[in-house]
Design a protein around this ligand. Structure first.
Ligand code: SF4
Length: 339
């Protein structure tokens, strides 16, 4: 008999599988609590569940929680964990702490099929979507010394290419019976798949970050192949017209590459594209993979962009590089996997 995997289910779904055996909603709540809040992979060890409920759980379900195969710590404290799927393929999770903030960067796919040539995950290939449970397990089962306050969907994979599991994982993250993480602290990133971005805006109240690379479509097409099918101008328009959650944070992730997309012409293009909107800009240093001759823009150049965007009325910030020495930085995930 196929057992139901609990991690990834909503409380209503957990109730649904137990109600015909005489269990109540408070039993479903207690079970969700042991999975999502306590992170208990073997529920027979729980002292909060009755003997009868534990027998039912053992017979009919699996927790779906499992530890990473390995973890690495960077010199700046960033931690990378590697999980292995049942089919042998891997995906990675990054955890960063700063002040009171602990952010987990989750993967949504093993590899990615968007094929962005500068990204090591894109070069790894595509080996499948992660389930909502596999996405959540990354937050529950990594080694943690402090509670997670923020989640970003910026690990391996294009979240919009696995939208149903991403929206469901967000639901469990936000729920009071789930991980209790504020929607304001959950950000999903995308290179932009028009229909799926619309679906995300409609179905989830979480933040959205759009990876732009260049304000000029011809240039963007060379580094982000999906630009051909899903023009960035359409994604920006969808973001500008989002009035479903007015306090949702909408941002552009702009990876800055020296001499490629950091000229004054690019700065003017960005200002023209975003002026008058509530979309903010996150300027991100470029992390070259092996054999890559490109380099990140200098800190001075990035601050020049930040300053000019800000005085044009566009909120902007410069993100710090983290975890480069363990290949945990943006664009480097999967760089240590076999091709
Ligand atoms: S940049 Fe994002 S969308 Fe492009 S290949 Fe890498 S993971 Fe996929």
């Amino acid at each position: 008999m196929n057992k139901t995997i609990l991690c990834g289910l909503t409380i209503d779904e957990i109730y649904e599988i137990m109600q015909s055996s005489g269990f109540r909603m408070d039993h479903a709540r207690a079970t969700a609590n042991q999975i999502y809040k306590k992170g208990l992979s073997d529920l027979s060890e729980s002292n909060k569940l009755s003997k009868k409920l534990k027998m039912f759980i053992k017979e009919k379900t699996l927790s779906g929680l499992f530890l990473p195969e390995s973890s690495f710590i960077s010199s700046d404290g960033t931690q990378k964990s590697v999980f292995r799927r049942h089919d042998g393929r891997c995906y990675e999770t990054v955890m960063m702490s700063e002040g009171k903030r602990t952010t987990v960067c989750v993967s949504t796919q093993s590899g990615c099929r968007m094929g962005c040539p500068f990204c090591m995950t894109g070069r790894y290939g595509f080996y499948g979507n992660l389930t909502a449970g596999e996405i959540l397990n990354q937050i529950i089962s990594i080694p943690l010394s402090r509670p997670v306050t923020h989640v970003v969907f910026m690990g391996m994979g294009e979240p919009m290419d696995n939208i149903d599991n991403v929206v469901k994982a967000c639901t469990v993250m936000m729920a009071e019976w789930g991980l209790v993480i504020s929607r304001r602290n959950i950000t999903v990133s995308t290179v932009g798949i028009t229909g799926k971005v619309k679906q995300f805006i409609k179905e989830s109240p979480c933040n959205l970050a759009f990876s732009l690379y260049s304000p000029f479509p011809d240039e963007r097409r060379a580094v982000v192949p999906v630009e051909k099918s899903y023009p960035s101008i359409d994604i920006i328009e969808i973001m500008k017209s989002d009035d479903k959650h007015k306090d949702r944070r909408l941002s552009i992730a702009y990876i800055m590459i020296n001499g490629i997309n950091d000229s004054d012409k690019h700065l003017e293009g960005l200002i023209k594209l975003l002026k008058g909107s509530r979309i903010r800009v996150n300027l991100i240093p470029y992390h070259p993979g092996p054999d890559d001759v490109n380099r990140s823009s200098s800190e001075k150049r990035m601050q020049h962009f930040r300053h000019n965007l800000t005085i044009s009325g566009i909120s902007a910030s410069v993100r710090k590089s983290r975890g480069q020495d363990i290949s945990a930085a943006c664009g480097l995930l999967a760089s240590q996997f076999e091709q």
